[in-house]
Design a protein around this ligand. Structure first.
Ligand code: GP9
Ligand code: MN
Length: 660
């Protein structure tokens, strides 16, 4: 009995050792198994669609396509290549996870091209890493240990393997070429058939419209998404991707239709009532609507803004519409009245194209146009984009004295004070100035001396830090108003204030603690998308609340409304918020709201599968998706029009045509 057991153990050990020797052969299988496990884990974390057999297949296909070439290598280089591939792909998956936790999107080529900005985001990145993330690297030591073992094992055999074999062509054919072609063909088929199947089914039109990365991911899986995104980028930039004359004219026709709605403001009472007044725009970093009117421990978070809102035109249903370009998207939406791109930032990708942005529009009316942001001028490619937008001057970090260091650079209190000094020094009238704050940036860590709010139990949490930061920004706005009054500018200036985007904090338990009540699903979506917007007019005129659903894209048309600047041959997508013209707010996801319904698209992008809410009453109620179908179709058209205009520089074409 004992002898038999010993024999069996010996045989077992023998086979394990032989098996180990064959490691380069089954290495691809091991790599595939480990990556499939990680991709499945990631899919749980993304939580935007779920794994199905199609996604499993394309994920496996992608790993095979990425690794088939290792079949051609000798054992040592094969083992090392597979270990390195494992490391590289694991790192990519991990980077995607961190990026998704912050942006709710996937890394794309344009995002990588703006990766120079990562240094500044270091504190945010650290705060997004979770203890369980080690799992994405758990197999790396094993992969390298195996590679090391193969190196050791094959060291002696190396010279022998260099000898010319008796029949090299046959050997290469059987041992390398056929297995490699086999692995490649399986990989290709595992991607091609599921993608085709879905493209001809629920995902019809998805790769043409390209309006949102999430449904694309749900077809291609993560590695497939990166493959597709690289192809999309190459097609656009290396091989050209021209529009037909019909497509160009269709896009122009969209603007002709839109202009009939935009022009309605020209016959309305407020049109031109503030002609010649200064315009001061405050774009506040990560400032969300939920802090307005909210108290913590019995103290108002934003006392200055609450008071000012009472003296202004306030839009409680104003939504940010940003995507991967974050602050730059908000700037682009509000200044140039176009949607952000599905990937990357228009500031970075198309800074040389022609747009009808606020600075050039107001300059035509004799305004001095400046932009102020106390950070590196190259961040978000601002130097180039602002030059193209025709600002008279961009005041960046080099124009500020860092006398109040907070977060990335200068505290907002000093930023506003120095900005007013800059405007005073220019001594130009009327002026149009865009000021972009920074103290509210993720991860919201203020110096201890600036933490003036008692956030109670929320102390030390990211939402507690956020609320604290918003309280500080509120105090900065308070000092700004005082400065404007002291300088005699207050009654000659229109002040606009809005938040650029959400705060990337999605821990709903913490919000429930802050609001002291449960939050419904629909409200979560709206909390993330709502940012405050108000217009303070000289002498508190026209103060009140306008309930209309409006968005960042409507900002420049609203300014034109107040200053009495007609739309004429200008190409903007928004409609004045002060106009009676009907409009809806379109999000980059294909979601939208018109104030009556609110559409949240599903991860597959199929309109019928999305959630349609009736929001006309006090409580939002889920209704049949048919009630949102027309609006959702038109949202897709809007996004397509915007993408065509930006990617093909169509405003330049339209302007040329209009001049002829
Ligand atoms: C930096 C600021 C922050 O200049 O715009 O950008 P964000 O990270 O919010 O896009
Ligand atoms: Mn921002």
């Amino acid at each position: 009995m004992l002898t038999r057991l010993r024999n069996t153990t010996q045989i077992g050990l023998h086979w394990i050792l032989r098996g180990l020797q064959l490691w380069p052969l089954w290495g691809i299988t091991l790599l595939a198994a480990s990556l499939l496990y990680k991709l499945n884990e990631l899919d749980h974390q993304f939580n935007v669609g779920g794994m199905n057999y199609w996604k499993w297949a394309v994920n496996l296909g992608a790993v095979l396509l990425l690794s088939f070439w290792t079949v051609f290598l000798g054992p040592r280089s094969k083992a090392l290549s597979l270990a390195l591939l494992d490391l590289l792909l694991s790192f990519l998956l991990f980077a995607d996870l961190i990026y998704f936790r912050y942006f709710k999107d996937f890394i794309s080529v344009p995002v990588l091209l703006q990766a120079g900005q990562v240094g500044e985001l270091q504190a945010s990145i650290w705060s997004l890493i979770q203890p369980g993330d080690w799992i994405y690297f758990a197999d790396i030591p094993v992969a390298f240990a195996l590679a090391g073992w193969v190196f050791w094992k094959h060291a002696a055999k190396r010279r022998a393997s260099l000898k010319i074999s008796s029949n090299p062509i046959r050997k290469v054919l059987w041992r390398k070429l056929i297995p490699a072609v086999f692995v490649f063909a399986i990989g290709w088929a595992l991607i091609y058939y599921p993608v085709e199947e879905q493209k001809n089914g629920w995902a019809r039109g998805l790769f043409v419209g390209n309006w949102w990365n999430v449904p694309i991911y749900n077809v291609t899986g993560l590695l497939g998404f990166h493959g597709y995104d690289t192809y999309r980028y190459a097609k656009e930039h290396l091989f050209g991707d021209d529009l037909s004359e019909d497509q160009i004219q269709e896009t122009k026709a969209w603007f002709t239709d839109r202009q009939s709605l935009q022009k309605q403001m020209e016959t309305e009472p407020l049109f031109g009532q503030y002609k010649g007044k200064n315009v001061l725009v405050v774009q506040a970093e990560a400032f969300q609507e939920f802090v307005i009117g909210q108290s913590i421990q019995g103290e108002e978070i934003t006392p200055n803004l609450n008071k000012l809102i009472g003296q202004s035109i306030y839009f409680p249903n104003f939504y940010h519409q940003t995507a991967q370009g974050r602050t730059s998207d908000a700037d682009f939406l509000t200044s140039c009245s176009m949607h952000p791109l599905p990937t990357g930032s228009a500031f970075i990708r198309f800074a040389g194209n022609e747009f009808d942005c606020a600075p050039s529009i107001v300059k035509n009316e004799g305004y001095d146009a400046t932009v102020h942001h106390s950070y590196d001028g190259s961040f978000w490619n601002r130097n180039n984009m602002y030059h193209n937008m025709d600002y008279d001057q961009f005041y960046s970090i080099k124009d500020y004295t860092i006398d109040e260091p907070i977060g990335w650079s200068l505290g907002d209190v000093s930023f506003f004070r120095q900005t007013i000094d800059q405007l005073k020094e220019r001594n130009k009238s009327p002026f149009y100035a865009l000021t972009i704050t920074l103290s509210g940036h993720h991860p919201f860590k203020l110096p201890y001396s600036n933490q003036e709010l008692d956030v109670g139990k929320m102390k030390g949490t990211i939402l507690g830090d956020y609320v604290q930061a918003m309280h500080y920004v509120d105090s900065a706005v308070g000092s700004l108003i005082q400065d404007l009054k002291d300088e005699g500018l207050w009654e000659d200036t229109i002040l606009l204030f809005y938040g650029d985007h959400d705060n990337s904090v999605y821990n709903w338990k913490m919000y429930e603690q802050l609001f002291d009540k449960p939050i419904a699903e629909i409200d979560k979506d709206r909390i993330v998308r709502k940012v405050p917007f108000f217009i303070h007019l000289p002498n508190d005129e026209n103060a009140g609340v306008i309930d209309k659903a409006v968005g960042q894209i409507d900002t420049t048309p609203t300014i034109m409304h107040l200053l009495g600047i007609p739309m004429d041959k200008r190409y903007l997508m928004g409609i004045s918020m002060l106009s009676e013209a009907p409009k809806s707010v379109v999000f980059r996801t294909g979601g939208f709201t018109d104030g009556k319904v609110y559409f949240v698209p599903s991860g597959d992008g199929i309109i019928d599968n999305g959630k349609c809410y009736d929001i006309s009453g006090d409580e939002a109620t889920l209704v049949d998706s048919a009630a949102c179908a027309a609006g959702a179709e038109s949202a897709k058209v809007d996004l397509g029009v915007s993408d065509n205009v930006i990617e093909h520089d169509l405003i330049a074409t339209f302007h040329k045509e209009d001049e002829e």
